[in-house]
Design a protein around this ligand. Sequence first.
Ligand code: KG4
Ligand code: ZN
Length: 363
Amino acid sequence: MLVLGIESSCDETAAAVVEDGRRVLSNVIASQHELHAEYAGVVPEIASRAHVERVLPVVREALAEAGAGLGRIDAVAVGNRPGLIGSLLVGVAAAKALAWSLGRPLIGVDHVRAHLYSGVLEAERETASQRDGETGLGEEVCVPALGLVASGGHTALYRVDSWTRIARLGGTIDDAVGEAYDKAAKILGLPQPGGPVLDALAREPGADDRAISFPVSRLSRESLDFSFSGLKTALLYAAEGVPGPRGAAAPPMSPARRADLAASFQRAAVGALLLKLHRALERLRLETGAPRPTLLTGGGVTRNSLLRQELLKLAEREGVDVRLPAPAYCTDNAAMIAGLGCELLRAGERSGLDLQAEPTPSL
Ligand code: KG4
Ligand code: ZN
């Protein structure tokens, strides 16, 4: 089955063609980063207008790259929630029009659930050779699996019983981890989106990840929730000084200090993700007795070098079947939408032409 996927939930216009839910024949992404750069954040109206201009050329390119005309498409999948309403509407309208005109099924897909799917996609051959460190692709997922989504809009843990039965176990009570990265990068004077820039700075030779002891939020003993706002404030104080009568000035910001702050922030942010991941894994093991549970991961922050390294260690040390997406599938893309769409259609789900764009997640 050939599924055309369309994704437009935030500032990426994307289209992809995926065969049988796994094989990615094309994966085209038109990013809008340059349009929003001067505002230090995504401007919804600018994003919607750019999606309108780009959606059809991006779909055309995805079809051409896949070597498939529209006539060969068996179904159209679209990310219809959550996201910016104006952005979502563009993708949903395009997908409805295509499905209707082709007489093919339409399926609305939850963007956050699709991130969990990205680790089971097989890359095109040339992309496969560029992959770093993913494991177990193509093998069946052992369910119930654990899921971690770490992105700019979402940070949460899930229990995945099937692609149609996904339960949220916990999530951030304030900032998403990617959002914290972007804000931290801003504090350090780095360009946006700051996550990858901060990651690179933290890896610079000489950067000391223990130079500053940043807090890792635990919340209650049992909690599977995350909190990143305290870490962000701690970084702000370390960079600019503590305000108030009992305040203290910060040491001058040198390149070495900036790199130390980045590395220390990264250690705390990734540490917080790993802490709750271990808790959730322990719980899943107790509940299911699974000797080699699957961990599905996705979202922009799963591109992070330290997180990838730690997840691979977890796979090795604790016998967890970690599905790390290829870097191109970590950030927003339409291959994950087409892939999960295919699984939902196989499970008998289908959307009508009254499919709505919904700003909030289904979880
Ligand atoms: O999944 P995504 O493309 O969009 C959302 O659904 O939110 O994630 C984008 C987020 C941004 O916050 C970006 O800074 C972060 O992922 N990100 C990273 C890295 N690459 C992207 N954060 C830390 N380290 C990276 N290497
Ligand atoms: Zn996303």
